[in-house]
Design a binder for this molecule. Structure first.
Ligand code: MN
Length: 411
């Protein structure tokens, strides 16, 4: 029932967001006190080619909540100005109506008091530069654009500051990530019911996508990875075209994006309902590594380094000290990727390199073992909130014990 009302709840949450956008802009301006800030939103033709439609540059969205192409944000000590393209009625005939700079809704949504036509940007930039020397921005393209407009002014990079801000989620962001997690858990459970010998991987992908979209997610956080048998060992396998057989492992890495916030969840299940003895042996090792890493999550702990006590090293040591391959070698070399990343507006969210865990971060914990020789690829990935003194697993509702998975597959 909670999940069914998700779609409506998301709209309400998004509409009440403008105070948070304003607070973020203030915090950014405070963090870069000797300059003005200029950010360019994504243009019409740009964007992530993995996405099926316009995708706003995430820093821009984080600061404004604005999702139409061609916008510019200018922050100086006296004002926050959002610049929007004026109406292109020819284009709107094809793609639908868009808000223009004169639309009062823009102020409500973004909390920007001043909204001007994009053609005014250059003259307003000059006004702002009378107050401060330096311009902070994000991205090489933005820097080139600003260098052309203000060639003598020093340029600063706001990316690290924004990453530091974005890593620590607000209560509202944690709530939205939990909603994305809940919809994604429901999608995985539905996919488990669907998966069966003789079915194609893309049919399982269709179930995943349809369920989280039905529950209020606007799109996939990334293209679903559904790999069975020999396909389970490829980390970013997205062809999803194989027909699965009884006895295969089926690795599903899929998550929805709800109100801009993403989920990232992986489970590996046995096609036909029962792990073989060897599959289960390896599964238990991955699960043990994941539990060891999640148990270690708390503020101050390192994530991806090889240092003793880091999440990566804990998972690696567990894997390398349990089980053997067919040649009698230890299994550490089959754990071939990172243990964790930040999750937020982006599925691999902004991160300050080398930052330790801190309260309010939402991270993945995702050990895996991939042994092509045995057609065994197993990854278990959950979303974990770093709390004041430990961790809360946002995706705990999705079973991960081998016995619980087999029970859920009974029908
Ligand atoms: Mn991940």
């Amino acid at each position: 029932m909670r999940l069914i009302s998700l779609g409506l709840a998301l709209c309400a949450a998004a509409a009440a967001a403008s105070p948070e956008y304003h607070a973020r802009r203030e915090a950014l301006a405070k963090a870069e006190p000797n300059g003005i800030i200029v950010l360019f939103g994504a243009g019409e033709a740009e964007g992530d080619e993995l996405r099926s439609r316009f995708y706003q540059e995430p820093n821009f969205y984080y600061l404004t909540g604005w999702k139409q192409p061609g916008a510019i944000l200018l922050i100086d000590p006296k004002r926050e100005v959002l610049f929007l393209p004026t109406h292109n009625l020819d284009r709107e005939k094809w793609t639908g109506p868009e808000a223009g700079p004169d639309d009062p809704k823009v102020r409500d949504l973004t909390g920007c008091d001043t909204v001007l036509p994009a053609a005014r940007f250059e003259s307003e930039l000059r006004v702002s530069l009378e107050q401060r020397q330096k311009i902070y921005t994000v991205g090489d393209e933005a820097k080139a654009r600003l260098r052309a407009l203000a060639p003598l002014r020093p340029l600063g990079d706001a990316e690290a500051t924004l990453a530091r801000m974005r890593m620590r989620k607000s209560p509202r962001e944690i709530d939205l990530l939990q909603r994305a997690a809940d919809a994604t858990v429901a999608a995985h459970l539905a996919a488990w019911k669907k998966a069966a010998p003789g079915m194609f991987e893309y049919q399982v992908a269709a179930t995943l996508v349809s369920v989280y979209m039905d529950l209020g997610c606007e799109r996939s956080a990334y293209p679903p990875i559904v790999g069975s048998g020999p396909d389970s060992v490829y980390l970013h396998y997205q062809r999803n075209e194989r027909r699965m057989d009884r006895g295969d492992l089926l690795l599903m890495d899929a998550g929805g994006e709800c109100a801009g916030y993403t989920a990232d969840v992986t489970r590996t299940i046995p096609v036909g309902g029962k792990f073989t003895k060897r599959q289960r042996e390896i599964y238990e090792i991955v699960l043990g590594a994941q539990k060891a890493a999640i148990n270690a999550v708390k503020p101050g702990v390192a994530i991806g380094t090889r240092a003793a006590g880091s999440l990566y090293q804990i998972a690696y040591d567990y894997i390398d000290s349990h089980g053997k391959d067919v040649h009698g070698d230890s299994l550490g070399k089959y754990f071939t990727h990172g243990i964790s990343h930040q999750i937020g507006l982006e599925v691999h969210d902004a991160a300050e390199p080398g930052a330790a865990l801190a309260e309010g971060m939402v991270i993945s914990v995702e050990p895996g073992i991939y042994i092509p020789e045995e057609n065994i690829g197993i990854r278990i990935e959950d979303m974990v909130l770093v709390t004041q003194d430990g961790a809360r697993v946002l995706t705990a509702a999705l079973p991960r014990e081998a016995a619980d998975i087999e029970k859920a597959l009974l029908r």
